[in-house]
Design a protein around this ligand. Structure first.
Ligand code: ADE
Length: 251
């Protein structure tokens, strides 16, 4: 998979050299290119933004600079190559595990990282005519720009590419993996030592009974999902069973 990321802060993307994503790059599974948006600015100050039409606070990123950047980056790919344009924005649709799976099936992503109040809306409208364009939010929270969201999306997508995870069996067990409905969140995990600061590991995990372990894990997972994310369990789940954040909990 090829990923091109356009940003005014190329250094922000340097964590993509580390860990699992860095390894996938070195293994030739993932081909990441980071571009500085300012190299397509045309004035002496390399301006990429301007004040919003209609007034209001902040600045908006200029469509002419983004257009030049996106045309140039699209031309880098294979002729007729089918890139998907991903625009991180808090006003996009939620980026979720099924969305990461969909992205991991694309041969080529171009991620356009906005800053300030965002990118002039005509950019998404224009490129929608020639390629798939998806605006994604990584959570109901406002970041200072799309770069941190791009890191999230690239990591979530890259670990699903064949050959990236050490243990190929682990992706289907992930929290939010399809088929975990009602038990979307993974439950607690334990390792040695069996007693740590007076806290013991649940007996069932030491029993060697694989069926009992699977049932226990499923119960813990379903219970945790109900408590932490009643929104994932379905409408009408009684709010009074949802613990306040600070309350201490059993596994
Ligand atoms: N840019 C700023 N906030 C964002 C968010 N929550 N998701 C994606 N991009 C963003």
């Amino acid at each position: 998979m090829r990923v091109d990321i356009i940003t005014i802060f190329p250094d922000y993307l340097s964590p993509l050299e580390l860990s699992l994503v860095g390894k996938a790059r070195r293994a030739g599974i993932l081909d990441v290119h980071v571009h500085d948006l300012r190299s397509w600015a045309t004035d002496r100050h390399r301006t990429v933004d301007d004040s919003p039409y209609g007034g209001g606070p902040g600045m908006v990123m200029r469509p002419d600079v983004w257009g030049a950047a996106l045309d140039a980056v699209r031309a880098l790919g294979p002729v007729g190559g089918s890139a998907t344009l991903v625009i991180p924005t808090p006003s996009g649709r939620p980026f979720t595990q099924p969305r990461a799976q969909e992205l991991s099936a694309s041969p080529w992503l171009i991620i356009a990282c906005g800053r300030y109040e965002g990118i002039d809306a005509r950019v998404a409208a224009h490129y929608r005519e020639v390629m798939p364009v998806i605006e994604f939010s990584v959570g109901d929270v406002v970041l200072a720009g799309g770069e941190a969201a791009a890191l999230v999306m690239v990591e979530a997508t890259a670990r699903l590419l064949p050959g990236v995870l050490g243990n190929e069996a682990s992706a289907p067990d992930d929290s939010f993996a399809p088929g975990r409905s009602g038990a979307a969140l993974e439950g607690p995990v334990f390792t040695r030592p069996p007693v740590w600061r007076g806290l013991t590991v649940p007996d069932v995990l030491l029993s060697g009974d694989h069926g009992a372990v699977a049932r226990w894990r499923n119960e813990r997972s379903a219970d945790r999902t109900r408590r932490m994310r009643p929104d994932l369990v379905g409408p009408g789940y009684p709010d009074d069973k949802v613990l306040p954040l600070a309350e201490s909990e059993e596994w």
